[in-house]
Design a protein around this ligand. Structure first.
Ligand code: AMP
Length: 407
């Protein structure tokens, strides 16, 4: 089965065409600056070069059309026609409390997703636009939605409620949801496979450390806590996000700087994290590492503060699960950045992690960092959210009666 995986943002659309039998990526690409001047599509067939075409893309429907053109192009395409796309899997950011699992996208489901829009006003509307554009162009192809929040719907109340008046949860569903669920799910399952153990016997902490970053406690295969909250702003210090803050800071800075609370939240999302802490050096850990090595003190402090926060969360999740069997690093920083992992390693040695500094130098591959006999196994497992979405899509399409899905 060929599954087209779509990750649609407000002005971008990432895609991968995956053969679900071999789990091979047949082609992938990105449409940039949709609805903005200078839009372009970058397409790459498996084993081939990236091809960039600057083409006008006034809207997402045009972008999807171009994706199909590229996929079926005689030179750079990988399929003969649209008929070879058997299903489409869409990444959807927020499913609120309505979606604890992936779903086939029916008219009712789309309405329910729309009702979650106020929980993710930047992301969900864009996801829906992507879905509707695909439906326009491929009206008879089954589509599945895979939610970033779904995996964390198993969190118990004590983990997801804030210490606020209960009425805000009851009236507005203000609670912790968590994100990166597809990654936490995929990586924790893979960790169990690599350990040769049943996930139902394991307590795993997954550190998804990318530009956005979150930690989760996965007990016996279920998420019981995670560091992001109502929005992805809570928790770890990230590339540009502040993570946990005293909420009083928002109005304090707003008053001092003569700006609105919304503007402060914008700063917390886009200008904070290691970018802000380093005095603007970079949100990219490669640049930060170089700057720190060249003696930039703020960059060094940013890296230390980042590692300390992750270390504290790991400690908290050991407590949440009353133990831990494995700690897994994934995503851009977790998979590639030895320095960040070493920094975090300073705070977890007491668990008996025995991280081998030589193995910690490896990057971008599955590797067990702990030496043999360690009480807690520390591992690196590259995440693959697109593959996880493709697998979910196939599972649901094979399971359900897809006939009249959009009736
Ligand atoms: P992601 O959001 O998962 O794509 O992660 C992006 C971040 O991963 C970048 O901002 C980098 O800081 C980090 N990263 C990616 N590749 C490397 C690398 N080769 N070495 C160090 N850090 C990396």
């Amino acid at each position: 089965m060929n599954v087209l995986v779509i990750n649609c943002g407000s002005s971008s659309l990432k895609y991968q065409l995956i053969n679900s039998d071999s789990e091979e990526v047949l082609a992938k690409g990105l449409c940039e600056r949709i609805g903005i001047d200078g839009s372009a599509i970058v397409h790459q067939p498996a084993g081939g070069e990236k091809v960039k075409s600057e083409t006008d893309m006034p809207n997402h429907t045009k972008a999807v059309q171009l994706v199909i053109e590229k996929l079926t192009d005689p030179q750079v395409g990988v399929i003969a026609s649209l008929d070879e796309i058997d299903a489409v899997g869409h990444r959807i950011v927020h499913g609120g409390e309505k979606f604890a699992t992936s779903v086939v996208l029916t008219k009712e489901v789309l309405e329910a997703i729309e009702q979650c829009n106020d929980l993710a006003p930047l992301h969900n509307p864009a996801n829906l636009i992507g879905i509707n554009s695909c439906r326009e162009i491929m009206p008879n192809v089954p589509m599945v939605g895979v939610f970033d929040t779904a995996f964390h719907q198993t969190m118990p109340k004590k983990a997801y409620l804030y210490g606020l008046p209960l009425e805000y949860y009851e009236k507005y569903k203000v609670r912790r949801y968590g994100f990166h669920g597809t990654s936490h799910d995929f990586v924790s399952k893979r960790a169990a496979e690599l350990l040769g153990r049943d996930i139902k016997d394991l307590k795993i902490i997954v550190c998804h450390l990318g530009n956005g970053a979150s930690v989760s406690a996965v007990q016996y295969g279920k998420s019981v806590d995670t560091s992001m909250g109502l929005t992805p702003l809570e928790g770890l210090i990230m590339g540009t996000r502040s993570g946990d803050l005293d909420p009083a800071i928002v109005t304090f800075i707003a008053q001092k700087e003569g700006i609105s609370a919304e503007e402060v939240i914008g700063i917390c999302n886009k200008k904070s994290g290691v970018l802000g802490l380093s005095g603007g050096v970079s949100s990219d850990f490669r640049d930060l590492g170089e700057a720190a090595q060249a003696g930039n003190e703020a960059a060094q402090t940013a890296l230390e503060t980042y590692g300390y926060r992750v270390g504290k969360y790991i400690g908290a999740y050991v407590a949440a699960m009353n133990g831990v069997d494995a700690i897994v690093f994934t995503a851009g920083v977790g998979e590639n950045n030895a320095q960040a992992r070493a920094e975090i390693g300073k705070y977890i040695g007491y668990l008996g992690t025995n991280i081998d500094p030589e193995k910690n130098k490896l990057r971008g591959e599955e590797v067990i960092l702990s030496d043999e006999g360690a009480k807690v196994t520390v591992m690196v497992i590259p995440t693959n959210e697109e593959l996880a979405i493709a697998r979910e899509t196939v599972r649901l399409v094979q399971q359900g009666n897809m006939c009249c899905a959009y009736a």
